[in-house]
Design a binder for this molecule. Structure first.
Ligand code: FAD
Ligand code: AMP
Length: 478
């Protein structure tokens, strides 16, 4: 009988949580193995998890391509640039997206080699005694057991299915299917006006689809600051996204190549005939078949793996990170947890500041924020002061022709410490980094106000919003 392979650390999952944890473990001198079961479009193993294969990266590639298309088909007229005869080749756009995915996922494989990480393609399952059963993705009967001192579970998440709109991969798709339409559907429905629904709805709306978003909740983007959410709803509706709030989908029926969607709103039962329907109602942790009953791993009441403040599960030496545990389902949150857990395993006591994780929605304009929203702080009874600055008053935004949106800063009334920064506008995803850094250093609005920003830049809007908190903005009346 061959001896079980043994490692210092085994990581289950090769997404931004798992692959980053593997690299950091290897840097710290640990003999590391990473098991991942993802199979790419070419039928081969593909590291990088949801994020690189079917999430962050491919969605941003399509958002970028579709935004170029929207710009050249009429979006540049105010610059005096008139272009006629613009054509869209959807298959070339999808191929570009696939090429980006292959380059990046191949890059992770290269990093694994360079760091001497043992990469295992297969399905990992936690057994008792810190052992992992690895089964082949092509032949589940082919199994190997490996063991380690420490185990990191980083199996990520997958789309939530709803029985009233079962995904068939043709007419009704999840976010993965929506990255691969062969042409812009004439009439496209999206269930769920959350981050993923808005991003994917925007892609196809820019390429010519008539898009209806059906959202069960009455409030638009409740996770965002409500001033920003109101502005976003106004701008997205102006672009042509038909956002129906208080619209709960209750059923679907196939009719030839179309789908009839039934939903309830204030006025009763409504129906819509669509060419395609995207189900984007959230994601659930991949805990199915991740651990054997005898492992006795504890989950919380929402089905996430229960961890302590050092990401350790109820089993000593077994950790969990990323979309499998509480907190926002974001790639950068998963990666930071991956680094932190590797350091815990090496005997360090790392800290991760969950209060200043940036959130971004890559619509046009982009939305980005960090820290608390005004509605949350008010509910908590905090004494706050607020300043905002519209991009319409920014010279750089005027030059860009991107004047929609604003920067809003909330700080503590007495200490002046920044509690939240909310941006809707051009390059919000990049601008938010300044706010994250400021808040990481517990900066006050005065600190931001004292910082010199280059002129003319979009970042001046952050400077002006900080000044506006104390009613001393220079380029708007206070
Ligand atoms: P994952 O990336 O899900 O990786 C887990 C990996 O483990 C997968 O490869 C999976 O196949 C594998 N696996 C699962 N179970 C097993 C097992 N038992 N054995 C072996 N392998 C297993 N986040 C952002 O921050 N920015 C964005 O712009 C963004 N855009 C997104 C767009 C879309 C369309 C989607 C769907 C998600 C997006 N996200 C974004 C969310 C982001 O993708 C996730 O938060 C992130 O990937 C979580 O990382 P993870 O490492 O925890 O898990
Ligand atoms: P997120 O979790 O941010 O991806 O958002 C998913 C959204 O889908 C949430 O805002 C939910 O309210 C919404 N949702 C869930 N089920 C339904 C449904 N049956 N009909 C319409 N919207 C739904």
């Amino acid at each position: 009988m061959t001896k079980e392979r043994e490692f210092d650390v085994i990581i289950v999952g090769g997404g931004p949580g798992g692959y980053v944890a593997a690299i950091r473990c290897a840097q710290l001198g640990l003999n590391t193995a990473c098991i991942d079961n993802f199979v790419g479009k070419d039928g081969k193993s593909s590291l990088g998890g949801t994020c690189l294969n079917v999430g962050c990266i491919p969605s941003k590639a399509l958002l970028e391509s579709s935004e170029h298309y929207a710009q050249v088909s009429g979006g540049l007229e105010s610059h005096g640039i008139k272009i006629s005869g613009v054509k869209i080749d959807v298959s070339a756009m999808i191929q570009r997206k696939d090429d980006i995915v292959s380059r990046l996922t191949g890059g992770i494989a290269g990093l694994f080699k360079a760091n001497k990480i043992t990469s295992i393609h297969g399905h990992g399952k936690l057994l008792d005694g810190k052992r992992i059963e690895v089964s082949s993705t092509s032949d589940p009967e082919s199994k190997e057991i490996i063991s380690a001192e420490s185990i990191i579970l980083a199996a990520g998440s997958s789309s939530i299915d709803i029985p009233c709109a079962l995904v068939d991969g043709k007419t009704i798709v999840d976010s993965t299917g929506a990255l691969d339409f062969d042409k812009a559907p004439k009439k496209l429905g999206v269930i769920g006006a959350g981050v993923i629904g808005l991003e994917l709805g925007s892609v196809w709306q820019r390429l010519g689809s008539e898009v209806v978003l059906l959202e069960a909740q009455d409030e638009f983007l409740p996770v965002a600051d409500q001033k920003v959410a109101r502005e976003a709803k106004r701008l997205f509706s102006k672009q042509g996204l038909d956002i129906r709030l208080g619209a709960r989908v209750t059923g679907t029926e196939k009719k030839g190549r179309k789908v009839i969607v039934e939903y309830e709103d204030k006025s009763g039962t409504q129906t819509l005939e669509l060419d395609k329907l995207i189900v984007a109602v959230g994601r659930k942790p991949n805990t199915d078949n991740l651990f054997a009953p005898e492992a006795e791993l504890l989950l919380d009441e929402r089905g996430f793996i229960e961890v302590d403040s050092f990401w350790q599960t109820n089993i000593p030496g077994v950790y969990a990170i990323g979309d499998l545990i509480r907190g926002p389902m974001l790639a950068h949150k998963a990666s930071e947890e991956g680094v932190a857990v590797a350091e815990v395993i090496s005997g360090e006591e790392p800290e991760l500041n969950y209060d200043v994780i940036p959130s971004v929605i890559y619509t046009h304009p982009e939305i980005a924020w960090t820290g608390q929203t005004e509605q949350h702080l008010k509910r908590a009874g905090e004494k706050i002061k607020v300043g905002s600055f519209p991009f319409a008053a920014s010279g750089r935004a005027q030059a860009l022709g991107e004047t929609d949106g604003m920067v809003k800063i909330i700080s503590h009334q007495e200490t002046d410490q920044i509690l939240g920064v909310h941006i809707i506008g051009p390059q919000a995803s990049e601008l938010i980094a300044e706010a994250v850094l400021a808040m990481e250093y517990s900066a006050s609005t005065e600190d931001l106000a004292l910082t010199i920003h280059a002129h003319p830049t979009l970042s001046e809007a952050i400077h002006e919003a900080a000044l506006a908190v104390d009613k001393r903005a220079l380029h708007i009346p206070n």
